[in-house]
Design a binder for this molecule. Structure first.
Ligand SMILES: Cc1ncc(COP(=O)(O)O)c(C=O)c1O
Length: 405
């Protein structure tokens, strides 16, 4: 019997140093096997075999590098990790089973009982629950601060603060944080700046370039972009990622090889998809602003948005997510949503298909009324994740919704 041992697996020597993030999205991290396949290979295996008992012992003892078991490492997952690390400009990435697993793993690996977190108020509803309900049970207290108010962040920091956590732009109002200022505050406070970069992706924004320590993604969103798989990833310096990897290896919320392969395919088209999302979203935001039944539009690409300048400085584009308030309350918002015919009613975002949702009763439904009010999640707010369909068809479908009011 012949085994194809790892010496048959080769990593191309191609030098991608200095290449643009658009090129890295297509090329970085690929592992090519002895079959010389052009597309990324998929390794759907739970375990790996050894040439001898001695080799097995060396692998388990950490004396010899190599695969043991797919909860620890898997070549398809490693290819995804290498690609996204290159794109974010980080030393190493650790892939996880979901975006929430990425956030949880980062917290479990890098925080301990008694530590304190400052988190931006507008974060994804489940992230909020994770901090307030679960991390609190393990003695990690969280204070929430307005994403855009530096004085609030400064006032919230305590001697035991070890992490500043935020999303920028925020969901669903598209507020934009000042990453350089927050990075300076994190350094001063001996805390880590952790940025959920799910809405921009490294195509539009690289938080590590502005001084963030760690970047988190829900790969479920734009990185896949076609609504197929749930996954996440954490990117940062080797020393911190070794801790996150250690937690994952012990606790198990790892990414499956199949999902990693889907994300690798997704990354290849990410640069052109992000450009199309941005273009459509800007056009729709401008159009919605002119509609009499729309009270207010939130999109950082609009010159009137309070953080338009900051977004222009930090981001290469304004992203595909926007939200707007209709005149009226929940009833009007639901009516508009229900009257659309093409746009999908779903809380997922980052898909090539445009999606529409009512944040107050879906993504942010578990927040208390007080927290919703503070985060600006009103009953008349509607969120759109703008896809890449024809812009006139999108306007036509939203017009159906507006006409129903
Ligand atoms: C900004 C943001 N972060 C994290 C998550 C969680 O990701 P996942 O659903 O992959 O666990 C989401 C999900 O919608 C999100 O929007």
């Amino acid at each position: 019997m012949t085994y194809r041992r790892e010496e048959h697996v080769m990593i191309p020597e191609s030098d991608l140093e200095g290449m643009s993030v658009d090129t890295l999205a297509v090329r970085a991290g690929q592992i090519r096997t002895g079959q010389l396949e052009h597309s990324d290979a998929i390794f759907p295996t739970s375990s790996f075999v050894y040439g001898s008992a001695a080799q097995a012992a060396a692998r388990f003892g950490g004396d010899e590098p190599g695969n043991i078991y797919s909860r620890f490492t898997n070549p398809t997952v490693q290819a995804f990790e290498a690609r996204i690390a290159a794109m974010e400009g980080g030393e190493r990435a650790v892939a996880t089973a979901s975006g929430m697993a990425a956030i949880l793993s980062t917290c479990m690996a890098l925080l301990k009982s008694g530590d304190h977190v400052v988190c931006s108020r507008g974060v994804f509803g489940t992230t909020n629950v994770l901090f307030q309900k679960y991390m609190a049970r393990f003695g990690v207290e969280t204070t929430f601060a307005s994403l855009t108010d530096m004085a609030e962040w400064q006032a919230a920091v305590r001697p035991e603060t070890r992490m500043l956590f935020l999303e920028t732009p925020s969901n669903p109002l598209g507020e934009v944080a000042d990453l350089s200022a927050l990075s300076a505050l994190a350094r001063q406070s001996d805390a880590l700046l952790v940025v959920d970069n799910c809405f921009c992706t490294p195509i539009l924004q690289r938080p590590l370039d502005f001084g963030a320590d760690i970047v988190i993604h829900s790969a479920t969103k734009y990185l896949d972009g076609q609504g197929r798989c749930v996954g996440g990833v954490v990117v940062g310096p080797n020393a911190l990622m070794e801790e996150v990897y250690g937690f994952l290896r012990s606790a198990g919320p790892t990414m499956s090889p199949f999902n990693a392969w889907v994300f690798l395919k997704g990354l290849e088209t990410l640069p052109i998809r992000m450009r199309a999302h941005c273009e459509n979203a800007l056009e729709l935001a401008k159009w919605l602003e002119q509609q009499p039944k729309v009270e207010e539009v939130f999109y950082s690409g609009l010159p009137g948005h309070p953080q338009h300048e900051m977004a222009s400085k930090q981001q290469k584009g304004f992203g595909g997510v926007l939200s707007f308030r209709v005149r009226g309350g929940r009833e009007q918002a639901w009516k508009l949503i229900d009257a659309t015919r093409m746009i999908s009613i779903t809380a997922n975002l980052g898909d090539v298909k445009t999606t529409i949702t009512h944040p107050a009763t879906t993504t942010h439904g578990r927040l208390s009324d007080e927290d919703k009010a503070r985060a600006g999640i009103t009953e008349n707010l509607v969120r759109l994740s703008v896809g890449i369909e024809d812009i006139d068809d999108l306007k036509c479908d939203l017009e159906r919704g507006l006409n129903a009011l």
